[in-house]
Ligand binder design. Structure first.
Ligand code: PLP
Length: 411
């Protein structure tokens, strides 16, 4: 039977679920990225680094909630921190609470920023940061990069996205291309900031070169995905400190989370003691559950030593995959514990991929789908776009078995 046929044969309950979900959810979906044709595998629960689907299959979770599930599913210490809040504190107090300062101090010290504010998501953190840059500079436009992803309505995967909130304010340039960036500045005077990832995550695990990132001034570094890639965030590996940084994902300990911070004079636009300060409101952005879960995870579990070890494990996995992929249409890019497997008709190598246009136009969709289907069948949950995010709970032996499975596919 073909891989497609076997997919249908082994997932009847997921199929049934989808048939009825389409009645209340467009396409049966509430998170576009998780849709797979003809219907998605539906999960029942997660435990450590395993996922269990409706049809009774068990998967090793290499998706890691698109980088946010760094602690594994339901880490006992984070569960305990959340139960403490539920039992003793209450969820949203409609007032300043003591968990704010505690976590703010930890974030500022760890990621080298003078001040920080919380938000409900990475998307929101980026929007607030852009608002601060606009107010501070008195300018309007923001430079972003093709393939950049800064949140749901801030996606620049193929240039300016159709669902962008205010497309006229974004200037989309090419990632890792200094000359293109210079041209944007030559052509536009009204630029407030540059919003960039030091490694484009959703864009395909593409690392920014030092020269490229050094060329950017008044920049907002989107560390929503990349803060996990070094004990002090990927910013610590750059020659120049960004003016502002945004955070998200695992820093909420599994709860919705966003944070942004940086230069004190810029962040002062949010100081409510100043007349005319910018409003930064939002019902749940100081919720105690998220603050204590996030604090506990960063303080006790994702310590600097744990970050180093996990990223080292990621480098080893990427090198093993590169060896397995040699001479095939596949390759893998990334930094530390985050990576993305590419499959191109041209068989372009990892060293030749600097921006989305280096691989995307050559996407070998059929072969990539076969790879995804066969990994699924073997019990490995990877994202269909090829991205992998290692979790702390993933056993080295499981990682090696995965490499073995990939090798078998390639032979
Ligand atoms: N920025 C980057 C680099 C991201 O990868 C993401 C999410 O994938 C976001 C921002 C948006 O974060 P959230 O999904 O919490 O809104």
């Amino acid at each position: 039977a073909s891989a497609e046929q076997r997919f249908n044969d082994r997932n009847p309950k997921s199929f049934e679920y989808h048939q009825s979900a389409v009645e209340s959810l467009p396409g049966g979906n509430t998170r576009s990225l998780l849709h797979t044709a003809p219907y998605p595998v539906v999960m029942n629960r997660g435990e450590g680094s395993k996922l269990f689907d409706l049809d009774g299959h068990v998967y090793q979770d290499f998706v890691g909630e698109l980088t946010a599930a760094i602690y594994g599913h339901s880490h006992p210490r984070i569960k305990e921190a959340m139960m403490h809040v539920l039992d003793n504190v209450g969820l949203s107090l409609g007032a300043t609470n003591v968990y704010e300062k505690k976590y703010a101090e930890l974030l500022c010290a760890r990621f080298n920023i003078p001040t920080v504010r919380f938000a409900n998501s990475g998307t929101e953190a980026n929007l607030h940061c852009v608002a601060a840059a606009r107010r501070f500079t008195g300018r309007r436009k923001v430079v972003v990069f093709r393939g950049g992803y800064h949140g749901s309505v801030l996606s620049f995967a193929f240039g300016a996205a159709a669902n962008n909130v205010d497309p006229q304010d974004w200037l989309v340039s090419q990632y890792n291309d200094i000359r293109a960036l210079e041209r944007v500045f030559e052509e536009h005077a009204d630029i407030a900031a540059v919003l960039v990832e030091a490694m484009q995550g959703s864009g395909g695990g593409l690392a920014g070169s030092q020269e490229f990132l050094r060329a950017i001034r008044l920049f907002i570094l989107d560390e929503v995905m990349t803060s996990r890639l070094h004990p002090a965030g990927l910013a610590a590996t750059l020659d120049e400190a960004p003016d502002m940084k945004t955070f998200g994902k695992y820093l909420g300990g599994g709860m919705p989370f966003g944070a942004f911070g940086g230069r004190q004079d810029i962040m002062a636009v949010y100081d409510p003691r100043q007349s005319g300060s910018l409003a930064h409101s939002g019902t749940f952005q100081n919720n105690t559950l998220m603050l204590n879960a996030g604090y506990t995870g960063l303080k006790e579990i994702y310590t600097p030593a744990a970050a180093d070890a996990l990223n080292q494990r990621g480098e080893e996995l990427r090198n093993k995959l590169l060896a397995v992929f040699a001479g095939t249409k596949f390759t893998v890019t990334g930094v530390g514990s985050l990576m993305c497997i590419h499959c191109t008709t041209t068989g372009v190598g990892a060293d030749e991929i600097h921006c989305k246009d280096d691989y995307w136009p050559h996407d070998y969709a059929d072969l990539k789908r076969l790879f995804w289907l066969e990994m699924l069948e073997a019990g490995y949950w990877i994202h269909q776009r090829g991205s992998i995010a290692l979790m702390l709970t993933m056993e080295p032996a499981v990682i090696d078995d995965f490499v073995g499975q990939v090798k078998e596919f390639c032979i």
